[in-house]
Ligand binder design. Structure first.
Ligand code: KIV
Ligand code: ZN
Length: 381
């Protein structure tokens, strides 16, 4: 039996915190609607106390989106929780996401507090939030750099106070997959009331390990992944939704599944790119422009004979265009013949050789040879 992993999307909160990515209420609602169509389980709609605009956006999403959990972020501060509860009130599935820093950096340097005091603040915040909603998620900020024994104490207190989900953020993207997996396993084995809540991964990508860490987390027992479309987020970003979903999809042996409609991954990626003004790198896994493009002769020959020679995902599965055979100076005769056939031009062996020599002259002058250039060079052959 496959195990269901909850997808918690934080594009509208952690993703939107990025400079230049700010959205208005109308844009946030439009994206929330697309996220629901995509099949995410939880939409983190914003941080309601941060500004009147974000309050309005969370409140509007809570009113309009039915049947999906709508979440609002708070600090472990009663005023924040009051505002989040008010913004989320219209939702049929509201969740308050509250928490506090637990690493030494946070406890001593940022909060100028003590470990005992932080446990008490965590307890109070969760209890307070539970007065408003049945689903309270607690985050232990910088859990990635928090000592496991102390982290287990905080997690136990949060669950004891009524938290239903415990988020273990690797806030600075510091952990190695093995360390992050061990952290989740440690909590699964050492928190006495762990059966009363689920653990969630929340990984940042400072070392390019967010996706690997999230997968290590679910393999060790976490049941929810927090992620964003295109992996956008603070600094180097968050875990990329499309990557974790397709890893679970393609590696059937790891026995995880999600509710995500994978054919909507490319369309939503383009919406986020456009609305949030954040271009996707061409070689981005799953949704980058080059994710299914082949330009070297050896690869093109393999793909033309059988797509699976150089592709582990069928582009249709993620809503992308067909695999592309790009003509460059590194392309071979097979690719030229293939692209000519696509334009209904049939070439004999001899004609292909003439065309190929002409093609190389053009290709050496340009980055790519497009259909117009190809038609011109085929003319008269
Ligand atoms: O990275 C982080 O620690 C966060 C929390 C506020 C959940 O985004
Ligand atoms: Zn984060």
């Amino acid at each position: 039996m496959k195990e269901q992993i909850q997808i918690f999307d934080t594009t509208l909160r952690d993703g939107e915190q990025v400079p230049g990515c700010k959205l208005n209420t109308h844009q946030k609602l439009e994206i929330a609607t697309e996220l629901q169509r995509l099949g995410v389980d939880v939409i983190e709609a914003g941080f309601p106390v941060s500004s009147p605009g974000d309050f309005e956006a969370v409140n509007t999403i809570a009113k309009e989106i039915r049947g999906t959990t709508i979440c609002g972020l708070t600090r472990a501060v009663e005023g924040d929780i009051d505002v989040a509860a008010k913004a989320l009130k219209p939702s049929d599935n509201p969740r308050i996401h509250t928490g506090i820093g637990t690493s030494d950096h946070h406890v001593y340097a940022k909060l100028r507090s003590t470990q005992d005091e932080i446990v008490e603040r965590a307890r109070k915040a969760v209890k307070y939030a539970r007065n408003y909603v049945a689903e309270v998620e607690f985050y232990a900020e910088d859990a990635g750099r928090t000592d496991n024994e102390y982290l287990a104490r905080v997690v136990e207190a949060a669950i004891d106070s009524g938290a239903t989900v415990i988020n273990i953020p690797d806030t600075t993207g510091y952990c190695l997959p093995e360390q992050y997996g061990q952290k989740i396993a440690y909590l699964m084995n050492n928190v006495p009331n762990i059966d009363k809540a689920i653990l969630s991964t929340h990984c940042h990508n400072d070392l390019g390990l967010a996706t690997a860490n999230s997968i290590a987390g679910i393999t060790a027992g976490a049941k929810q992944i927090e992620c964003t479309i295109n992996g956008i987020g603070e600094r180097a970003g968050n875990t990329s939704l499309e990557e974790v979903v397709m890893i679970m999809h393609q590696h059937q042996h790891i026995q995880f599944e999600t509710n995500i409609e994978t054919t909507l991954l490319t369309p939503i990626s383009k919406i986020i790119e456009l609305e949030m003004n954040m271009p996707v790198q061409r070689n981005k896994a799953i949704v980058g422009e080059n994710a299914f493009a082949h330009s070297s002769g050896i690869h093109q020959d393999g793909v033309i004979k059988n797509r699976e020679t150089y592709e582990i995902i069928d582009p249709k599965q993620v809503g992308a265009d067909d695999s592309q055979i790009i003509l460059t100076a590194r392309s071979g005769r097979a690719a030229l013949n293939y692209r000519a056939a696509k334009m209904n031009v049939k070439l004999t062996k001899e004609k292909l050789e003439v065309a190929y020599q002409r093609f190389l002259t053009v290709a050496d002058r340009y980055n790519q040879v497009d259909d117009n250039q190809l038609m011109n060079l085929l003319n008269g052959i």
